[in-house]
Write a protein that binds this ligand. Sequence first.
Ligand code: SAH
Length: 354
Amino acid sequence: MYIAFDRAECFSDEELAEILERHSEEEDMRLFHRADEARRHYYGDDVYIRGLIEFTNVCRNNCFYCGIRSGNAKIKRYRLEREEILACCQEGYGLGFRTFVLQGGEDPYFSDKRICNIVSAIRECFPDCAVTLSVGEKERESYEAYFEAGARRYLLRHETASEAHYKKLHPAGMRLDNRKRCLYDLKEIGYQVGSGFMVGSPFQTTQNLIADVRFLQELMPDMIGIGPYISHADTPFRGYKNGTLSQTLRLIAILRLLFPYALIPATTALGTIHPQGRELGLKAGANVVMPNLSPAGVRKLYNLYENKICTGEEAAQCRAGLERRVEEAGYRVVTARGDVKYDAQGGKVIAQKV
Ligand code: SAH
């Protein structure tokens, strides 16, 4: 498939602010429609599925927004052993998944050796599947080792691209520049990289969101995951307002128009704040869904935020439910690995300043 650069759009800061602060419902509809057209131009009605395996809720970090933060003493901690993870993949494989996303807190138990061991076991058992890791900030050498073991994709949201805002969301010691360093290391090593941010996180301003978009334009990730911030009672941010559906949808559409090539998930968080959140996300430009493959017994324990959906379902139920939702929204689930699409010159399709 040939992809032309001319389809990508540009937005000035003023245009972004206009959309995020002053758009009418009618203008939103037009924006979502434009994003859907761009998505169909590059990806047709394909929706890729990724099997999400939340393999540990132990985390050494203490991010103020996150339910599995180390300071949350109320939560029961769990880890999945290698065999349990492989069993999730086995079940997922039978359900048509060809990408497994291993996500977890930054759990010291999962040393580089253990992670490599798990990645290579999955690659051996399921050679036609891609392994995506999402295990936080590591040294470059660790990322190299995971790559060597067979991981080819990595998800690490930058969370917010503004230094001042980053400090308000994280304790001292966590640094935006380290997170960015990780993202650039991952890219250089050759991973397909996913980044992204929360929408409506405490203290976030329109200018912060514009900075997030600009940072992504600099990084040029392959995947962009965004979702609304959702409050959690056992965090210092209890009582702060959740991000909104409309703001998240507007940003999905903007990102689709700026990055026509990108893999953009309609996230679980979006499905949590609105019953049709994920369908609306797809209609605004998203083209990936990530059903949960974690064993039912531990799902409720990976509670990053409150009222997370699908925590009571079996993997198969989750998969079937999503397929129905995707079809009702006017798209179809494809079981291909779904790698990012490049243009004829091997470049990504990005917004070109003219
Ligand atoms: N430890 C890994 C995985 C983090 S969990 C890492 O650091 O990348 C995955 C994502 O969930 C986070 O990147 C964050 O954007 C999101 N998240 C965490 N708490 C949240 C909350 N309260 N509301 C919405 N999203 C949240």
